[in-house]
Design a protein around this ligand. Sequence first.
Ligand code: GAL
Length: 813
Amino acid sequence: MPINRNYSFIAKVYLLLVLALCSTPGFGQALRSVKDFDNGWMFHLGDVPGAEKLTFKPVGWRTLNLPHDWSIEGQFSKDNPATPEGGALPGGIGWYRKVFTVQLSSKGKLTYIDFDGVYQKSEVWINGHRLGFRPNGYISFRYELTDYLNYGTKPNVITVKVDNSTQPNSRWYSGSGIYRNVWLVTTGQVAVDQWGTYVTTTDVSEESAVISIKTTINNNILNPDKKFTLSTAIYGPDGKPIAGNISPEYYLKDGMVNTSQGIRILKPKLWSVDSPYLYKVLTKVIMDNKPVDEYWTTVGIRYFDFDKNKGFSLNGKAMKILGVCNHHDLGSLGAAINIRAMERQLQMLKEMGCNAIRTSHNPPAPELLDLCDKMGFIVMDEAFDCWEKPKAKFDYHLYFKEWAKRDLTDQLLRDRNHPSVFIWSIGNEIPEQGDSTGTRIAKELAAVVKEYDNRPITTANDKPWNGNFIVKSGELDLVGYNYHHNDYESFHKTFPGMKFIGTETTSALQTRGHYDMPSDSIRRWPNNKEMKNGVGIMNADYTVSAYDNVSAPWGSTHEETWKLIKKHNYLSGMFVWTGFDYLGEPTPYTWPARSSYFGIIDLAGFPKDVYYMYQSEWTNKPVLHIFPHWNWEAGKTVDVWAYYNNADEVELFLNGKSQGVKRRRGEDLHVMWRLKFEPGTLKAVSRKNGEVVLTKEIHTAGAPAKIELVADRNNLTATGKDLAFITARILDADGNVVPNADNRVTFKLTGNAFIAAVDNGDPVSHDPFKADNVKAFHGLALGIIQARDTPGTIAVTAVSPGLSTAVIYLKIK
Ligand code: GAL
């Protein structure tokens, strides 16, 4: 590959050329257009054979904007075919239809429709012509429309059939429909192909780095005499062009032309989780001295290593991977993606000190990876939850043989430029770990990955022992452990010479705000005796104590696994199951529970107490968190826990009287006092060298008296998609949160906005999420407000019988 060693001269010449091009008439005209194609679809729930035909009239179909998840609009029922495991919401078949025109100026260009994800088994038609079928609900795909389009005023009709009727097909809530974004892309006849750049960085140091760009050009002209060049500019994190080059001339001899360029840049700003500096590459295709396509690729410059003894390092510095696993649902918004909802989740995790995300167990929305690039998260990008053997009757195993290589290739091509992606996982708890087909398939999938990228490959193994046929394939760069924390310390004996990653850990269980005494014994739950016919728990009250002392039998408490990961350098990191509660898999209970208890943060986005354990361990900011609440029966023995850092000790006072000073000893991650309850004030003081670091107080709350509204953000953008997450807190007359308040709160709006969903984090609630009211759960409720696309003011009012009303104002700009 040509590398510009004479950097400064060539860069100057190049930049002059760029400026010259910018000033030629026509520059800046859209050479490629990528249009958000989300608005103005029609939808019908239920099968309508023949709806793809041009003569079809969509009578009674509803109009909506994508992304859309029809399951989340439904009613919870244990009889829905998804089963409580899949979230207990309806599936079925749905049809989408959009009528649109294409301007005359697009004639002679190439037009595509890009779907970021459709769950699942989608079939697409344009003007009655069938474009194809895609079974995988998490993969992004494109169809070319050019040959079937009408231009000018004559309308076109896109029809999409989505079939999520064969269930169960998932071990968690999948959602149904066109739940990710759709784009209409137009390019010239010679253009960068879909996912057509592959940008890598090599030779990275503080001094310089080489940005290598491979480009695939889709050539529709097929004129062997025509030539093109690529002109490439690199833009720095400040948005200014800093380097570039112009390629040699290439002949347009084949349908696809692959090119390759290398550009050295000086003093690069390295991408890291703390400083996620991003560069941009602008690729221009030049023919007859004119740009015919422009294509942007985002790049991060960084290097990393997994070492069998020293663990993970980023840019030469040792670092633990402090990750969480998440499913793709966004709580009460369902699977329908929303950038702000994803960003909010990531912000909360970042605040906790989390630096890594596992996209369990499927390729994520592309915007999640954009956010991880920008915000500084390391991503383990996962492909599959099963291979040829099933986990659910109708899951992807039905399609694996025919589609897995194609889907994995598309995932790689789509995601490999993201600096946040560090690990490819080719499977989670794959049943083939136990037989020799595991070796064969691992080899086949690893070959696909290696064809497109050289980042480490792993699988998440619930059988992390040396007989594992997937590990035995020799194809894994990292041995992924799911659970089995008691085997971590014999890792090198089991897998000599290999490198470790805790692909999935913990599976601790908690209900936010619920506390059972005593708290100082650990419970694996459920155990067999507590199961009724293997499916439920006898005498269940559907709560799990929020002290970190309960886990699934295959897991651990949060503290147990973190203590181990923290202790040994060779344990490169962990992905806690899970960052957020998710719909489906309602462990340890089953119906009426319909969502998980695993999250560090609940389904509504309210942190459970253990969030602060991680924050005290994973960040440097001072933490002092005490719990439980202080509303108990007189005389009850109550355990008070404190998570703290940056301090030597914590002293607890009950109504002014010291309950003693506690210090964490050895590996301890919290301290505890056992008190007899008396109403009043519990106050904790953390101190370092005798100086007070932080003080926290909890008061016994009186009866619910009023609502307080707290918005995550008061200023929204008028895109039609921006959200405000409004927490309604039920307070007593003195302003204390009433810990067991379950008052029903109704949200009322004025202004250009609507209520996107409500929630309270209760895994057992069967109230609809698409509503204007919700009961508080342990004193808190959530209203998610979506701004429309016109500026103005929104007033959000929360009312509840017997409580004083609250109002909050938001601005849409
Ligand atoms: C793991 C599995 C996850 C989830 C979790 C619950 O074994 O990989 O998908 O089911 O258990 O603890």
